[in-house]
Design a protein around this ligand. Structure first.
Ligand code: ADP
Ligand code: ASP
Ligand code: MG
Length: 451
C-alpha cells in the first residue's frame, strides 16, 4: 500500500490539482491513500483572519474569509466541480464564519479555536481532490483524518498518540487493503476529548509518514514543487542541486535544522517503520527525485550534502559566575519551553556559562520565553541557526570545523557539533543569512564537487 502526500504548493490551482490527479492515477491505479495540505497560502490567510477577529477587527476577518471563499470557488469552478462542492463546502465555510465570530466576540483567539479554524483549510482541499478524482472516473472517497489521528492537546504543535492512531486505523487498513482510493487531510489531529489539533506548520508531511507507519505502508511519496531534496533552499541558493539518494539520518538532520521541504517530525515514523520515502516534483513527475534510505549512500569523509537554516531563533545566555544552579536552570527552561511547543536546538553548559538555543513555535512558547526573560534570564533574539549536514561529517567534528572558514570574521555564536551526528550547526545573525548560506554552499558543496 502506498501513500501520496501533496503539499499546498502542489494543490494551489486548478492546473496543479489536475497534475496531482494524473500522478495519483499513475501511482495509485490500484488504490491507496492520498494525504493533502490546504491550497497553498490558505493556512496563512486563516491565521491572519483569526488574528484580526481576535483583536475585534471584524472587517479584516470578513475580508480574509471572502478571499478564501472566492479562491476556493474559483478553483472548483475551473475544474467543473462547483455544483458538486456546494453541499460539501458550504457547511465548512459556515463553521469557519462561526469560529471567527466567536473569536471576535470574546476578543480572544484560543489555541483550540485557532486549530479548529485552521482545520477548515485542509478539509476543503481534501474534499475537493476526492471530488476531482471521482469526476475523472475514479471511485475516490474522502475520509476524515480526525477519525484516526489521535494527539495530545498541545494545540498548534500536537504530538500523536501512536497506539491510539494504530488502533483507530484498523478499519482504514481493512478498507485500503481491499484496493480503495481514499483522500484525507494532512496537518490535523484530534484529542481524546474531541478537540481539533494541528501538528505544527508544514505538518502534513508528518501526517503522511505517521499514517504510513500506522497503516503498514510500503512507500510514502511526498509530492512538492522542487526536484526532491536539494543541497540548499533554492530561494537563497539558486545553484542548489537535487540529492538523488540520502540517508534517513541526513534527511532527519536537514529537516530538523529547518529545510522546509520535509517537516521536522516526519522522519521518525520512517525510522521506526522502515518504509521507502520518496520526495518528487509535481511539475516534473518523471524528473529529479530524492529517495531516502535507512543506510548511508556512502559519502567521502568530510563530504557535506546540504545546508539548512532556521530563522527566528533565540538564545538564552546564563553567565556562570552569577549562577550556581546553571544546569538545573537551563534544563528547567528547556523543559518549560518544549512543553509549550518550542523547539530546543541545543544546550551548552560549561564552567564558563550556559546557553540554550530555542525557537518558540507557538504563542504559548512565546509567552513562556517572555516570562523567562521577565524573571531575569537574558534572552537574545534575531539569530538564525545554520547547519551543514552530511554522513561524511560523522565522528570527525574536529575536521569539520575547517568547513567554517568562509565565516572568518563573522560574529558566530555557539557551535553545535554532535559527536556521532551528521551535522555541524552554529548561530549567525539573522540578517547575515542571505549572504552566508550561499557562501557556505559554494565553499562546502559546489567547490568540492567541481574543483
Ligand atoms: P509543500 O507545500 O509541498 O509542503 P513546502 O513549501 O513546505 O512545500 O516545501 C517545499 C519548499 O521547501 C521548496 O519550494 C523550497 O523552496 C523549500 N526548501 C527549503 N530547503 C529546501 C531543500 N533543502 N530542498 C528542497 N526544498 C527546500
Ligand atoms: N497547511 C499547513 C501549513 O501551511 C500544513 C502543511 O502545509 O503541511 O502549514
Ligand atoms: Mg510542506
Amino acid at each position: 500500500m502506498k501513500i501520496l502526500k501533496f503539499g499546498g504548493t502542489s494543490v494551489g490551482t486548478a492546473p496543479a490539482l489536475l497534475r496531482a490527479a494524473a500522478i495519483i492515477d499513475e501511482e495509485l491505479g490500484r488504490g491507496g491513500l492520498v494525504v493533502v495540505s490546504a491550497l497553498g497560502g490558505t493556512t496563512d490567510t486563516l491565521l491572519a483572519a483569526a488574528a484580526a477577529a481576535g483583536r475585534g477587527d471584524a472587517a479584516t476577518a470578513a475580508a480574509g474569509q471572502g478571499v478564501l471563499a472566492r479562491r476556493h470557488w474559483e478553483v472548483a469552478g475551473a475544474l467543473g466541480l462547483e455544483p458538486a462542492m456546494r453541499p460539501l463546502w458550504e457547511p465548512l465555510f459556515r463553521s469557519l464564519a462561526d469560529l471567527l465570530k466567536g473569536m471576535e466576540l470574546l476578543a480572544e483567539v484560543s489555541p483550540r479555536s485557532l486549530d479548529a479554524a485552521l482545520a477548515v483549510g485542509e478539509t476543503l482541499s481534501a474534499q475537493l481532490l476526492a471530488a476531482l478524482l471521482r469526476l475523472r472516473g475514479r471511485q475516490a472517497e474522502f475520509h476524515d483524518v480526525l477519525e484516526v489521528m489521535r494527539t495530545d492537546d498541545r494545540h498548534g504543535r500536537a504530538r500523536p498518540d501512536r497506539a491510539a492512531l494504530r488502533e483507530a486505523c484498523r478499519p482504514w487498513r481493512d478498507g485500503l487493503a481491499g484496493g480503495a482510493l481514499w483522500v484525507t487531510q494532512g496537518f490535523l489531529g484530534q484529542t481524546h476529548g474531541g478537540a481539533v489539533t494541528t501538528l505544527g506548520r508544514g505538518g502534513s508531511d508528518t501526517s503522511a509518514t505517521l499514517l504510513g507507519e500506522a497503516l503498514g505502508a510500503s512507500e510514502v511519496q511526498i509530492w512538492t514543487d522542487v526536484d526532491g531534496v536539494l543541497s540548499a533552499d533554492p530561494s537563497l541558493v539558486p545553484e542548489a542541486r537535487p540529492i538523488p539518494v540520502m540517508s534517513l539520518r541526513e534527511a532527519a538532520a536537514l529537516s530538523a535544522f529547518g529545510a522546509k521541504v520535509l517537516h521536522a517530525d516526519s522522519l521518525l515514523p520512517v525510522h521506526r517503520a522502515g518504509f521507502r520515502l520518496v520526495v518528487g516534483n509535481t511539475r516534473r513527475p518523471s524528473g529529479g527525485r530524492t529517495e531516502i534510505r535507512a543506510e548511508s549512500p556512502g559519502r567521502a569523509p568530510g563530504e557535506v550534502t546540504s545546508v539548512a537554516y532556521k530563522e527566528g531563533v533565540s538564545c538564552l545566555r546564563l553567565p556562570s559566575a552569577q549562577e550556581p544552579d546553571l544546569f538545573e536552570r537551563l534544563f528547567q527552561a528547556a523543559n518549560r519551553l518544549q512543553e509549550a511547543g518550542a523547539t530546543c536546538y541545543g544546550m551548552l553548559a560549561s564552567p564558563d556559562g550556559g546557553l540554550l538555543v530555542v525557537r518558540p513555535e507557538t504563542p504559548a512558547a512565546q509567552a513562556v520565553l517572555a516570562e523567562l526573560e521577565a524573571s531575569g534570564l537574558p534572552v537574545e533574539t534575531g539569530w538564525a541557526l545554520v547547519a551543514l549536514v552530511g554522513e561524511g561529517l560523522r565522528g570527525i567534528p574536529g575536521r569539520t570545523l575547517g568547513l567554517l572558514a568562509p565565516l572568518d570574521g563573522e560574529p558566530i555564536a555557539a557551535i553545535l557539533a554532535g559527536d556521532t551526528g551528521v551535522s555541524l550547526a552554529f548561530l549567525i545573525p539573522e540578517d547575515r543569512l542571505a549572504e552566508l548560506v550561499p557562501k557556505l554552499h559554494l565553499h562546502c558543496i559546489q567547490k568540492v564537487a567541481t574543483p
